[in-house]
Ligand binder design. Structure first.
Ligand code: FRU
Length: 477
């Protein structure tokens, strides 16, 4: 079924059928990874949110399980609401899920709720729900959602996104911090972070986690002035005072199709994050959710990414090492000379492949290098690496389903060798630079046979130290 479809990714997570958005409740529990996700099992459009559920031993091969949470309680049953995003935490061997119940039309339509499980398969909503019945900000009740729960120094904490004021006009984004001794009784502690106009009007899906001696706040800001969809802010945290002091910030991804990421720490101590690979109608460049409903599905999740802070405390993310094992028939070109006449190569018929480029800036005389992808019937994509301008640009030509667009990212060349990695999986493209200081995700809907790729320079030849091209294997899901 799935793997034969023209656009369904072969190793990115998609639902068996229907609509999917944010990843939820990521956790390593009872010997396997659990992934929950925002899901409408009844159609390829957003409606009446459920939590879909899958498990895996390697974060790539996922086994679909029955729906974990359905919108069937007084505080979450609604066709235009439902069981919204949230997170998972294990305590005393029991799995605890926290989510927003959304029933539009009420004075406090968004409440924080809990469900538990002892086997990771059957879930029971807590009788005492909601555990947080409304926002402590009286002007913040309409948009109050996406609890991320974590343990620190013998206590439990929850961050929740909130818009104080009107999200359509002049509201301000806040991340609220709650604390609990037992996961049942929650108290508002403080406003952990205020956008003050600079970080959008509503921080969706906030996440807050330690990395080295810093704490990192990430969220998906609605209506961010510069168009960012996902941001990270690293800083110092004082839990006693409830004071977060930001030091530096950046974008988690520069492409149009990465949103609402959530992270967790796995059993190997890795901080891993997954995002939803799509955009939403309120984003300026959004035109549609693409043509995949014709295949019975809509929405994919990003590759799991491993986070780390670089020497400047900047958040970086690269695909987990498990992805490397999917490479097949890898070809390596060494000291490849590239000129204005394109160096042409194909990437197999499957539509799932990886290209890695490694070059020394001093050997790219033109200061500009182009990688054209998926050439053929018109769904062309071109990655333009401009050393002269310090930018990376991913251009997507207009195609049958999408408008033309270009996503830009900064390219700081500080090292001797630049490494750029491009992973294409049918209808998804993810680009990673260096240690993951730049990630860029974009969807594309190629036609069958669009498998021609080319490397070229606009003038003056370049020498690439290494180019690796591999087909990527499918996973059974
Ligand atoms: C982000 C989001 C969340 C919400 C969920 C509903 O994409 O809007 O804020 O909980 O989707 O599906």
């Amino acid at each position: 079924m799935s793997t034969q479809a023209q656009w369904r990714p072969r190793f990115h997570f998609t639902a068996p059928q229907g609509w999917i958005n944010d990843p939820n409740g990521l956790i390593y529990y009872q010997g396997q990874y659990h992934l929950f996700y925002q899901h409408n099992p009844h159609g390829c459009h957003w409606a009446s949110m459920h939590w879909g559920h899958a498990v895996s031993s390697d974060l790539l091969n996922w086994r679909h399980l029955p729906i974990a949470l359905a919108p069937d309680a007084e505080y979450d049953a609604h066709a235009e609401g439902g069981v919204f995003s949230g997170s998972a935490l294990e305590k005393d061997g029991r799995l605890h899920l926290f989510y927003t119940g959304c029933v539009p039309g009420r004075a406090a339509p968004q409440t924080q709720n809990m469900a538990t499980s002892d086997d990771g398969l059957h879930f029971h909503k807590y009788q005492g729900n909601p555990v947080v019945p409304e926002s402590p900000l009286t002007q913040g009740r309409q948009n109050f959602r996406d609890p991320k729960v974590f343990a620190h120094a013998g206590r439990f904490y929850m961050v929740v996104g909130c818009c104080e004021g009107n999200v359509e006009s002049d509201g301000d984004g806040k991340v609220l911090l709650f604390t609990s001794p037992d996961l049942y009784r929650w108290h508002f502690q403080t406003v952990l972070f205020s956008s003050n106009g600079a970080y959008g009007r509503m921080p969706e899906c906030p996440d807050f986690f330690p990395m080295e001696d810093k704490w990192v706040l990430t969220f998906a800001p609605m209506y961010m002035p510069d168009g960012s969809q996902t941001v990270w802010i690293a800083g110092d945290m004082d839990f006693t005072e409830g004071r977060f002091t930001p030091l530096c910030s950046g974008r988690m991804d520069y492409g149009p199709d990465f949103y609402a990421p959530q992270s967790f720490e796995d059993n190997q101590g890795r901080r891993l994050g997954i995002g939803w690979m799509s955009s939403l109608p309120w984003m300026p460049w959004h035109e549609s959710f693409g043509p995949t409903a014709s295949e019975g599905w809509c929405g994919a999740l990003s590759l799991p990414r491993q986070y780390h802070l670089n020497g400047e405390h900047r958040l970086c993310a690269l695909p987990i090492a498990e992805v490397d094992a999917l490479r097949r028939q890898e070809v390596r070109f060494t000291r490849l000379e590239v000129g204005q006449t394109p160096f042409l190569f194909t990437t197999g018929e499957t539509g799932s492949f990886e290209i890695r480029l490694q070059f020394a800036p001093s050997e790219v005389a033109s200061g500009n290098l182009r990688l054209s992808l998926l050439g053929g019937s018109g769904a062309d994509v071109e990655l333009e690496i401009s050393l002269t301008h310090g930018t990376l640009a991913l251009h997507r030509a207009k195609n049958r389903f999408q408008p033309q667009m270009t996503a830009y990212a900064p390219l700081h060349v500080t090292s001797e060798a630049v490494n750029i990695r491009v992973i294409v999986d049918k209808s998804t493209i993810e680009v990673f630079v260096g240690e993951g200081e730049v990630c860029l995700s974009m969807n594309i809907y190629p036609q069958k046979g669009d498998s021609g790729n080319a490397l070229w320079v606009p003038y003056k030849n370049a020498i690439l130290r290494n180019v690796w091209v591999a087909e990527m294997a499918a996973v059974p899901n």
